[in-house]
Design a binder for this molecule. Structure first.
Ligand code: RB5
Length: 146
């Protein structure tokens, strides 16, 4: 199950991702917005909460640039969010960073590319090995900030 959410800038892109990837068998939990103006950190908290609780495996967050969503999501312990505007980053943020949240900008890329980026993100696994050691260092930083 994939938690997905957007602010008012990302509604069209979120619908495109849900429509295209549902046809390929992915299941989405849509945390809004459906069009009303909202504040992107609130949506980031809702989507990331579904991941931290274990109800969803990964998340997708869309705002104008993807940046506000990623800043918000990365404040949450256990979330590793990356903004991607092309498929190479989507692949490597899974392989090397074990990212569990993909952020995209509805004002920076088109819906067709967003669907391709999301599919790469959702179908690529974490490589582990030396990359796990680096993620452990990140976890230590997180825990030292509490
Ligand atoms: C909303 O206008 C815009 O600020 C937001 O979607 C996002 O781009 C913030 O990072």
């Amino acid at each position: 199950m994939i938690a997905i959410g957007c602010d008012h800038a990302g509604v069209e892109m979120k619908r495109a991702v849900i429509e295209a990837l549902s046809e390929k068998g992915f299941e989405f939990l849509d945390m809004g917005t459906d069009g009303e103006k909202c504040d992107y950190p609130d949506i980031a908290v809702s989507v990331c909460g579904e991941i931290i609780s274990g109800r969803c495996d990964m998340g997708i967050l869309i705002c104008g640039t993807g940046i506000g969503m990623s800043i918000s999501a990365n404040k949450i312990n256990g979330i590793r969010a990356g903004v991607c505007s092309e498929t190479f980053s989507a692949k490597y943020t899974r392989l090397h960073n074990n990212a569990n949240v993909l952020c995209m900008g509805a004002r920076t890329i088109g819906c067709g590319l967003a669907v391709e980026i999301a599919e790469v993100f959702l179908t690529t696994g974490f490589e582990g090995g030396r990359h796990q050691r680096r993620l452990d260092i990140i976890s230590n930083i997180e825990n030292s900030q509490r």
